[in-house]
Design a binder for this molecule. Sequence first.
Ligand code: AKB
Length: 317
Amino acid sequence: MKKILVTGSVGQIGSELTMLLRKMYGNDNVVAGINRTQPTGQLKESGPYEKADCTNAQQIAAVVKKYKIDTIYHLAAILSAVAEAKPGLAWNVNINGLYNVLEIAREHNCSVFVPSSIGAFGPNTPQDNTPQDTIQRPNTMYGVTKVAGELLCDYYYKKFGVDTRGVRYPGIISNETLPGGGTTDYAVDIYYEAIKNKRYTCFLKPGTFLDMMYMPDALKAAVDLMEADPNKLKHRNAFNVTSMSVDPEMMAESIRKHIPEFEIDYDVDPVRQEIADSWPNNMDDSAATEEWGWSYEYDLDKMTADMLKVLSEKLKK
Ligand code: AKB
């Protein structure tokens, strides 16, 4: 049975991924790596958790040794909008933190999942049907760390044989833990506000198309890639994956099928708009499908129906 460490386990993806991995591989075999935020509820009760700040190599190494970890899902990261505001912090966490994790993986023979992002592309990347292998010249600190991270992971695979794998996540929409400091966060906020106030003021312009994905598909992508036959992987870091390409108007239209009076207006944040404008409208994820069978379950309307159902219950409490 695998022995897994999840860094960033209280974050948006980490909190749900940790619970899924515990279900799959056994509660005691999945350590929730935490930093400043303490775990609560099921995440805390259902299995081990340990301080594992990725910028502290000794701390990560101690957890890996203590639990005989053989697989690391390295989810601790600074997202795009925060990275623009705090570039030094983003470099330290996204690059120095990743370097520490890769070094420990090399020493202790661990496989590593590292999420990249649509942020690894830039303004001169082809924006439609963005190929798997294409121009990557991002002009954000987040993007710089994501491209460097992809390259570093490929380097550790080629040079040291570390089993590194990753996907380029689009905006992730979820109903448990809120995202923090991303450019695609509007796509989560809009559902909360639709239920609470039947209106939403969006910080990106109408017509800003971006790839998005519902959390169950994002978790499936990570797990399926880590379970994939290594002999079939021509790429490793990192695969384009997407479920839908949407703009704020399409999301509003999808919500109106359930809440007809829902209204959207706009108060554009120039920083996040510029970031979004530099990212693809829609990615070609056929390499992921060909090499490890990637497919998604949720399109926009299926996701909207589930989000509104789950959040209505949650916000009643
Ligand atoms: C962000 O908006 O920063 C993230 C991402 C797309 O990587 N959600």
